[in-house]
Design a protein around this ligand. Structure first.
Ligand code: G3I
Length: 450
């Protein structure tokens, strides 16, 4: 066999990713061996994709190959050389070993696409590595938005609160103001005063708004939980339809993302017997998403849950539910991981990696939606350091996964956290001063990982 015949040139061609709120950073790690051809597959779900053909097997790598000045590729091999190039730039020979190695290659800056090409070198360039694994491709991209759960009452009553939110955070989730007890206090009577003020506050500063939440078994008005006449499926379904349609249509174009359903599973991964599930039946979730999609076809629709960052029955149940919903054509676009971190259950980096990859493989985006890390009082300097590490791990996981679109902390500051000021659970202290973890989270969310 000639030397040139042994050089398998692998190319991944991508088209430009339209500028959107969903810029992507990495390839979800389908650890693939580079054998055979790499072809583009723009039809794959979730945006641009690269398909690596591995002989009879095929692995789809979702690649964020929109224009970027450089591309980072994580490779591992058998102790040989491989050549890597991005865009139309020159090949760079890389010696790959048995541990993961990140290589940065420059792209044709300003070009419409950033193809990543891999080649086995001829023998003159060194011994060719016959087996190379590709783990992840990252491009430089916009930072992940750091948002905060924000309270309307504090905007006007707590001196310094509005300024602290506006100067620290890039996105807003109304902490309570969109929940049903607030928005529909009496049947068919809607009150949007509080929610409107928050949405106006955010939009006036070009901050995206997460709508929290359309369907929840908490903070329901009494007329829903204690009806004068017992509910029938038909009547409660009509309530569900009217509620979702009214809220989503009202905020069309102003609320970017909706937590359509919130905390619908029990810790063992079964559907929670909420009033919605008991009266309407299991299909209330399908219907909620369909009503939301009909009211705003452009809103990003999320299923949000608590305690699902680590593997286990709860997470398994959520993965099953998301898979089944999507298989039935239910418009679930994303999964929210609340990440209320209790010290007993801190997820490791590799657990988060597995978790975010697992859900990205289902074709949905992921998000950290309610992060907080409460500490046991009295809080020591060592505990604050541990807290900083936990926040850093969460933020890095989000940055490293192309699917992870946003990171929201539950409460702007310790003084107004639902966890209680003494647990110091958020990113700003009770005087709105940034903690060292704040700067770290921001660095991690922009890929500037120290
Ligand atoms: O609105 C009443 C007000 O009229 C009254 O004067 C005041 C007196 O305490 O209470 C007010 O209600 C409070 C409500 O927040 C609005 O401020 C409730 O007491 C209080 O229990 C409620 O807590 C909220 C909690 O959800 C309710 O379940 C928290 O602020 C909010 O942070 C929390 O958020 C949830 C997410 O929605 C879902 N994931 C878990 C997360 C934490 O529990």
């Amino acid at each position: 066999m000639s030397l040139t015949a042994t050089v398998a040139v692998l190319s991944a061609v991508a088209t430009a990713h339209p500028a959107s709120a969903q810029q992507r950073r990495g390839v979800e790690a389908e650890r693939a061996e580079l054998r055979g051809a790499v072809v583009s597959d723009p039809s794959a779900s979730g945006g641009q994709a690269v398909k690596v053909r591995l002989g009879r097997r095929a692995a789809v790598l979702r690649a964020p190959l929109h224009p970027a000045p450089s591309v980072r590729v994580r490779l591992r091999g058998c102790g040989g050389t491989i050549r890597v190039s991005a865009g139309s730039g020159p090949f760079r020979a890389v010696r790959v070993g048995r541990s993961w190695q990140t290589v940065t290659v420059t792209t044709a800056a300003g070009g419409a696409a950033s193809p990543v090409r891999f080649a086995r070198p001829s023998s003159r360039s060194g011994r060719s590595c016959p087996r190379v694994s590709i783990d992840r491709i990252d491009v430089q991209a916009a930072p992940v938005v750091l948002g905060a759960a924000t309270r309307d009452d504090l905007l006007t009553t707590a001196p310094g609160y509005e300024q602290a939110v506006a100067s620290t955070f890039g996105g807003v989730t109304p902490e309570n103001e969109l929940k049903m007890a607030f928005t529909q206090p009496s049947p068919g009577v809607f009150d949007f005063a509080r929610a409107d003020r928050l949405v106006d506050f955010a939009r006036g500063r070009r901050m995206p708004v997460r709508g929290h939440t359309l369907v929840y078994d908490q903070q329901l008005p009494q007329w829903v939980t204690q009806p004068l006449v017992p509910w029938t499926r038909e009547r409660l379904l009509e309530v569900l339809r009217t509620h979702i349609t009214t809220l989503v249509a009202r905020y069309r174009g102003r609320v970017d993302t909706w937590d359509v359903v919130n905390e619908v599973l029990t810790p063992d991964g079964k559907l929670k017997p909420s009033i919605w599930q008991r009266v309407i039946g299991d299909d209330y979730i399908d219907l909620a998403f369909r009503f939301a999609r009909a009211a705003d076809p452009n809103a990003h629709l999320v299923i949000n849950d608590v305690g699902v960052e680590r593997p286990g029955l709860h997470q398994d149940g959520l993965a099953r539910l998301v898979r089944d919903l999507r298989a039935r054509g239910v418009p679930v676009d994303g999964v929210g991981f609340q990440a209320h971190i209790d010290q007993a259950g801190v997820p490791t980096a590799s657990e988060l990696d597995e978790t975010l990859s697992r859900f990205a493989r289902l074709g949905v985006t992921t998000e950290i939606t309610e992060a907080d890390v409460p500490l046991s009082p009295p809080v020591t300097a060592a505990a604050l350091m541990r807290q900083q590490t936990i926040y850093g791990t969460l933020a890095t996981a989000c940055w490293e996964h192309a699917s992870c679109t946003a990171f929201t902390v539950w409460g702007a500051d310790d003084g107004h956290s639902w966890r209680g000021a003494q647990t110091r659970a958020t990113l700003l202290d009770a005087q709105y001063r940034a903690k060292s973890s704040t700067a770290l989270v921001m660095q991690h969310l922009s890929g500037r990982i120290p």
